[in-house]
Design a binder for this molecule. Structure first.
Ligand SMILES: *Cc1c(COP(=O)(O)O)cnc(C)c1O
Length: 413
C-alpha cells in the first residue's frame, strides 16, 4: 500500500487538491526523520548534456520511421535515503540494469502516454499534460514507487518537447505529432520482493503510427471490437485497473492476440456476470443511443469502481459534450453489453466510439459478442456524427485552431 500521506484522496485527476496531497513527497516515503528533508524532484535543477552527434533522421515511410525515438531523453533517479537527484537531459540511450532489477520481476513500473502536436500556426502544444502528470503520480503510488510533484514532471516534459520538437516536428510540416512516454521503474537490484528503495524516472519521445487515420481509411471504416468472454477479465474492484501500470497490459495480450487472429482490432472488456462494459483495449468506450423515452444519451463507464482508466480523452469528451451538445444527455454509469444489444435490436443504437491518446476518437463499426457480429450504425456518414464532431473539436484544440486552455503551448527558442 502507498503511504497514506501521499494516497491521492480522489479519483478525479483535475481536482485542485491533488498537488496538496503530495507536498513533501520525497520525504513522506523515506525512512529518515522528517527534520532531515530529502530533495524533491525539481525541474529547475535540470542539467543538459547534448550528444556529440544527432541521429540520422529516418527515411519517411520506412519501418524505422514509424517508431523512432528522438535524439534526447530525460532521467532522474530516486532513493529512499537521498530523495530525488537533479534531473538530466541527455542523448537517448540504452539502460544498463542488473538482471535482478525489481521492475523486471515484480512489475514495479508505471508509465504515461501523451502527444506533442505541431500546430497549424507553427506552435508546439501538449494537450492537458497536467492530467497525465497527476495520473502518473496516482499510478506510481499504487505500485509503491516514489511520489513526486506532478508539476515538476510537466516542466521536464516541456523541456524535452521544446528541444526535440524543433528538429522532429518541423514548423514547415504542421499537423504532425510525436508520442511522449514518461516511465518510472523500480531499480532495487536485490531479488527480494519489497517496495523499491530506488527508482528511475525517464521521459522519452518517439514517432508513432497514426492509428486513428489507419482505422478511418479502411474500406469499411471503424474499429472492430471483440467482447471479452467469461474466462478473461482486465481489472477488478480492489485491483489496479485505474492505474497505468505495466501489470495491466502484459496479461491482456493473450486476449488481444486472439482478437487479432479473428479479425478484430481490440478487446471490449466486460466485467462481471452481468457483462458490464468497461473499456476497449487501451481506450475508453462510449455509446450513443436513444433512451427508452426517445431522448439521446451518451454513456460511458463510471470511475467509481476504479476498474477503468481515467482517460484524459474520456474526461475531455465528457466535458465538451456536456458543454456543447445540449441535445444529448451525457451520463457516466454502469451499463451492460445486453443493453447495447437490446438498443441495437430496437434500432435505438446511434453510434459507439473508442477514445484515447492512441486511437484519438475512433468510431466502432462492429462488436463481436456471443459468436455474432453486432453492426454498430454511424449516425451520419462514415465516422458517426458525434464521434466526428468531438474529434474535430479536440483536433482544433490540439493543433491550435481553437485557442483553448487545454492546449498548452511549449515555449521554443
Ligand atoms: C491510456 C489508456 C486509456 C486512454 O487514456 P488517455 O489519457 O485518453 O490516453 C484508456 N484506457 C486504458 C486502459 C489506458 O491504458
Amino acid at each position: 500500500m502507498a503511504p497514506s500521506a501521499i494516497e491521492p484522496t480522489t479519483t478525479h485527476l483535475a481536482a485542485a487538491d491533488i498537488s496538496k496531497t503530495i507536498s513533501n513527497t520525497a520525504n513522506s516515503i523515506s525512512k529518515l526523520p522528517s527534520n532531515n528533508p530529502l530533495p524533491e524532484l525539481d525541474a529547475s535543477l535540470l542539467t543538459i548534456t547534448p550528444p556529440t552527434k544527432l541521429k540520422p533522421m529516418p527515411q519517411p515511410g520506412t519501418p524505422e520511421a514509424a517508431r523512432c525515438p528522438t535524439d534526447h531523453m530525460i532521467s532522474a533517479s530516486w532513493s529512499s535515503t537521498s530523495g530525488w537527484s537533479a534531473p538530466s537531459l541527455h542523448a537517448y540511450q540504452n539502460l544498463s540494469l542488473p538482471p535482478t532489477t525489481s521492475c523486471l520481476h515484480y512489475a514495479t513500473q508505471c508509465f504515461e502516454g501523451l502527444k506533442l502536436y505541431r500546430g497549424h500556426d507553427g506552435t508546439l502544444r501538449l494537450f492537458r499534460p497536467n492530467l497525465n502528470c497527476a495520473r502518473m503520480l496516482l499510478s506510481a503510488t499504487r505500485v509503491a514507487l516514489p511520489a513526486f510533484p506532478p508539476a515538476e514532471l510537466e516542466k521536464l516534459i516541456l523541456k524535452l518537447a521544446a528541444l526535440d520538437g524543433e528538429r522532429w516536428l518541423p514548423r514547415s510540416e504542421p499537423g504532425q505529432y510525436l508520442y511522449i512516454r514518461p516511465t518510472l521503474i523500480g531499480m532495487d537490484a536485490d531479488i527480494g520482493i519489497k517496495p523499491p528503495n530506488s527508482a528511475l524516472l525517464y521521459v522519452l519521445m518517439t514517432t508513432l503510427p497514426n492509428l486513428a487515420d489507419r482505422v478511418a481509411s479502411r474500406a469499411q471504416p471503424g474499429l472492430r471490437l471483440l467482447a471479452s468472454e467469461d474466462d478473461a477479465c482486465r481489472a477488478w474492484p480492489g485491483g489496479f485497473g485505474y492505474a497505468k501500470v505495466g501489470a495491466n497490459y502484459g496479461p491482456s495480450l493473450v486476449a488481444q492476440r486472439e482478437a487479432a487472429s479473428r479479425g478484430y482490432d481490440q478487446i471490449l472488456w466486460l466485467f462481471g456476470q452481468e457483462g458490464k462494459v468497461t473499456e476497449a483495449g487501451a481506450s475508453n468506450f462510449f455509446v450513443v443511443w436513444k433512451g427508452v423515452d426517445g431522448g439521446l444519451e451518451m454513456v460511458t463507464a463510471p470511475l467509481e469502481g476504479r476498474i477503468i482508466l481515467d482517460g484524459v480523452t474520456r474526461r475531455s469528451v465528457l466535458e465538451l459534450a456536456r458543454e456543447r451538445l445540449p441535445e444529448v444527455g451525457v451520463v457516466e454509469r454502469e451499463f451492460t453489453m445486453e443493453e447495447i444489444s437490446k438498443a441495437e435490436r430496437e434500432e435505438r443504437l446511434v453510434e459507439a466510439f473508442a477514445v484515447g491518446t492512441a486511437y484519438f476518437v475512433s468510431p466502432v463499426a462492429a462488436i463481436g459478442y456471443k459468436g455474432v457480429d453486432m453492426r454498430v450504425p454511424t449516425s451520419e456518414g462514415k465516422t458517426g456524427k458525434y464521434a466526428g464532431q468531438l474529434k474535430a473539436w479536440l483536433e482544433d484544440i490540439k493543433y491550435g485552431k481553437d485557442e483553448h486552455a487545454w492546449g498548452v503551448v511549449v515555449p521554443e527558442n
